[in-house]
Design a protein around this ligand. Structure first.
Ligand SMILES: [Zn+2]
Length: 368
């Protein structure tokens, strides 16, 4: 008997109320002494996860049955107390397991490992009703965790998790529902070209330079890696990541405050085609896009993804395809249109096209 995989259910991400947006706030947990406790809870989480993995796989293999989140919840009910975690956490693990299995289209997922060098990074999910937040304190299962309150906790908490980074630091992540801010924008709209070299180029010529800020740190990182100083390298890596995150937060907020409607290129195919594959820079492009979407919504604006097909090869003035084409064209930063003789910066021209494509499709959508 061949087991049918369940079809992926599309979770509605947009909150029902148009006046609110959801976001995840992340705070570092202060108290180093709580690390032992969190590690212990994470082991229980891993146990439940692995139980789900094994049970689910056996059900598929032996009976051709794909267990749902509800099936898994029924099978694990009552185990929470013994494991020392909240029953809501056990339920959240079952839900996450079921979602991931569909997402990765697999009969079996990776085991969560509690010990040794291949240890999984700690993760303890929860729902709003299993925690209390007061000032800089988060209480879970009667245990208090103090956090670095890097920004105020705002809005209604929906769910969240404790999670660990590669250095072993613990964080609490809170998915919150926040109210939209009434805001008057200076400029109606803008097109943004996301790229590898510079983070983003705007259709009005503004450039968000990403890399330059971390040059020094990156040199340091290279040295540490060559010298095989693992701990030091990890530390520098985390520093770069935090700096980049801070920087992107600030820049995307500026954009969302200035422009009412933001059109951003759909980058998905771009770098795979150019032979770069999926790089870490790629990931930061995804981060920018997600931040832009959230921040635009937050500031009562909009952010749309626009297909950026042919945006680099089309002249933004006369709309003829006169730009640099193919792999040999990748290195060309500036060019002159052979039809209208306009001189272009490649990325600004692409951003202008994205703005035009965006305006056109918005007009078409409104007319329909
Ligand atoms: Zn032209």
């Amino acid at each position: 008997m061949i087991a049918d995989k369940p079809k992926r259910k599309m979770a509605a991400k947009m909150p029902k109320d148009p006046n609110v947006v959801t976001t995840t706030l992340r705070y570092r947990i202060k108290d180093a002494s709580k690390r032992v406790l969190l590690d212990q809870l994470a082991r229980s989480v891993n146990f439940v996860w692995n139980y789900c993995n094994e049970t689910s796989f056996n059900a598929i293999r032996n009976h051709g049955k794909w267990l749902s989140a509800i099936d898994l919840k029924n099978l694990t009910s009552g185990s929470a107390k013994e494991l020392g975690i909240s029953s809501v956490t056990v339920q959240a693990i079952c839900e996450e397991y079921a979602i991931r299995r569909i997402q990765f289209k697999k009969r079996k997922l990776r085991w969560r490992i509690s010990q040794g060098s291949k240890r999984s990074l700690g993760w303890i999910p929860f729902k709003a009703n299993s925690i209390q937040v007061k000032g800089d304190r988060v209480t879970y299962l009667g245990k208090e965790f103090r956090i670095w309150l890097s920004r105020p906790i705002e809005g209604r908490i929906l769910a969240g998790s404790f999670s660990q980074d590669a250095q072993g630091h613990w964080y609490v992540n809170l998915a919150c529902e926040v109210a939209r801010i009434a805001h008057r924008h200076e400029v109606e709209d803008v097109g943004i070209d996301l790229g590898l070299k510079t983070s983003a180029v705007l259709s009005d010529g503004a450039v968000i330079e990403n890399q330059a800020q971390y040059k020094k740190l990156e040199v340091k990182l290279g040295k540490a890696q060559r010298a095989k100083k693992k701990r030091q390298a990890k530390k520098i890596h985390a520093k770069i990541k935090n700096k980049r995150r801070d920087f992107l937060h600030k820049e995307t907020t500026k954009i969302a405050r200035k422009y009412h409607t933001v059109f951003v290129g759909d980058v998905s195919g771009k770098f795979v085609q150019s032979g770069n594959g999926k790089s870490s820079t790629d990931a930061s492009i995804g981060v920018i896009r997600d931040l832009l979407k959230y921040k635009a919504m937050r500031h009562s604006g909009y952010c749309f993804e626009v297909s950026e097909n042919s945006s680099t090869v089309t002249c933004s003035i006369c709309h003829k395809r006169t730009g640099p084409i193919g792999l040999s064209g990748l290195g060309v930063r500036e060019w002159t249109c052979s039809e209208c003789h306009a001189h272009h910066d490649r990325d600004v021209n692409a951003a202008k096209n994205i703005l035009r494509f965006g305006r056109e499709s918005l007009r078409a959508a409104k007319a329909a």
